[in-house]
Design a protein around this ligand. Structure first.
Ligand SMILES: Cc1cc2nc3c(=O)[nH]c(=O)nc-3n(C[C@H](O)[C@H](O)[C@H](O)COP(=O)(O)OP(=O)(O)OC[C@H]3O[C@@H](n4cnc5c(N)ncnc54)[C@H](O)[C@@H]3O)c2cc1C
Length: 419
């Protein structure tokens, strides 16, 4: 071992006296970056960085200056304009190919989710539901006519989509759903039932609705201007306030025979879409965590108590260190899962692993950040409480913590605890 401590800028392994750990090529100084302590940027391509920069800039211009006010009002005003702008950036159905979609990699889609959720989970939810749920369902399970009809305007953000699986009495257990699609003699379908907690519902031009039929659970592409369709907005939410959440009422909605998604029979259809959307959440949650961590780090450096910055106290440093460790472990996990998805090797259990860990840790980071900000932590002038309360929804939707524990528990033990 070298007797002298390494210079802080000296990469580990560059110490020529350490016989077995010789660097390859000349050692370059490596600075410690508090915003990227593990050097995860090295994992990204130039194109990845360009996507990230574009989304970060858009969020900085179009969301961050206004989101606290939207949150306070419990609205996402200008959602149609925001959707069109996101469409023009290629962020809607971003990792899908053809039909006006950007065909980006899974890692790039993940980076976009992270940047959007660093602004607000509501905006990331708009993008996730549009691209990974509504568009993905049509892209993966739709007929060629359905894809041609719906995907280009959805990719452009001209038509907003929603995805309706949950019902008032069936959330974690969608197999019990009551919404029923009856096939009439002429081939038409008639949909009757209620869906609950549907993101984008009241502003959607098209709804992908999952319903029980005589041949199992099927998905339907429902134009929302059909007689019998209504989508009252759900108010009084204390989480995801800058997001439209709705009930869907399907009162004998008549649809032509070709409204059904031909390639989806049974729960495998909606569950496949959810796996895709959960993947984006794994990244997105780390965006909310990053924004809260950075707010806390900044505050800790500048807020003085007992005559010195609170960041100089060991207890505060322990909090910041633990937050940084979980934040960057989470981003590393997201990137790992993204590269598996790009290689076609991502399993649903691995997505459960990522969603369980990253949302749970992100909420913990936001809560710790809130303590560092003291009373200011509860103010909308800072983002941490908004992110923390948003993540309460993210913890529940697309499979609760408990559901992902059960998925992993089943994979680990081989025993199904769901029944
Ligand atoms: C803001 C928001 C937006 C949403 N957007 C959409 C959307 O766009 N589309 C959509 O279809 N849905 C959406 N949802 C609904 C969401 O997916 C459901 O809330 C979620 O699946 C949980 O269902 P639930 O609320 O009925 O809870 P329940 O299923 O009733 O669960 C209640 C509690 O019981 C636990 N539990 C249930 N079963 C078990 C078990 N076997 N073992 C252990 N614990 C169990 C759960 O983990 C949870 O803690 C949204 C929800 C929110 C809050």
């Amino acid at each position: 071992m070298s007797a002298t401590p390494a210079s802080p800028d000296q990469p580990v392994g560059a110490d020529q006296s350490v016989g077995s750990v010789q660097p390859v090529g000349p050692a370059k100084p490596v600075a410690f970056d508090p915003h990227d302590p593990l050097g995860l940027d090295d994992l990204l391509t130039d194109e990845d960085r360009a996507v990230r920069a574009t989304m970060r800039q858009w969020a900085a211009d179009r969301v961050l200056p206004y989101v606290a006010e939207w949150y306070e009002r419990g609205e996402l005003p200008g959602i149609r304009e925001l959707a069109r702008e996101l469409g023009s950036l290629g962020a809607l159905g971003m990792s899908l190919t053809g039909y006006g979609c950007a065909g980006a990699s899974a890692v790039q889609y993940g980076l976009a989710c992270l940047e959007l959720e660093a602004a607000d989970s509501g905006v990331r939810s708009l993008v996730s539901v549009q691209g990974s749920l509504a568009m993905y369902a049509i892209h993966r399970f739709g007929s060629e006519e359905q894809k041609q009809r719906w995907l280009p305007p959805m990719a452009a953000g001209e038509t907003i989509g929603c995805f309706a699986l949950t019902e008032p009495d069936h959330g974690s257990d969608p197999a019990g759903m009551r919404t029923y699609a009856k096939r009439e003699a002429g081939g038409d379908w008639v949909l009757t039932g209620r869906k609950m907690w549907i993101t984008n519902g009241s502003v959607a031009g098209v709804a992908v609705v999952w319903a029980r039929t005589d041949e199992g659970i099927r998905g339907f592409v429902v134009p929302t201007d059909r007689p019998g369709f209504s989508a009252p907005e759900i108010k009084h939410k204390w989480s995801l306030r800058a997001s439209v959440t709705s009930e869907l009422v399907l009162d004998g909605v008549r649809l032509p025979a070709d409204a059904v998604l031909p390639e989806a029979v049974g729960l495998r259809g909606p569950l496949g879409c959810l796996t895709h959307a959960r993947y984006g959440i794994i990244w997105g949650a780390m965006g909310a965590a990053r924004a809260s961590f950075e707010a806390a780090l900044d505050y800790a450096r500048t807020r003085e108590q007992f005559g010195r910055p609170i960041g100089g106290f060991q207890l505060t440093q322990a909090k910041l260190a633990d937050m940084a460790v979980e934040l960057h472990k989470g981003i590393l996990l997201a990137h790992h899962l993204g590269t598996r998805m790009d290689a076609g090797r991502l399993r649903p259990e691995q997505v459960s692993f990522g969603k369980l860990n990253n949302v749970r840790e992100a909420i913990e980071i936001c809560r710790t950040a809130r303590t560092i900000l003291g009373a200011n932590g509860i103010s909308l002038e800072y983002p941490v409480m908004r992110h923390a309360t948003n993540l309460e929804s993210v913890l529940t939707y697309e499979g609760t913590v408990e559901m992902h524990q059960l998925v992993l528990g089943k994979a680990l033990t081989g025993i199904d605890a769901f029944r």
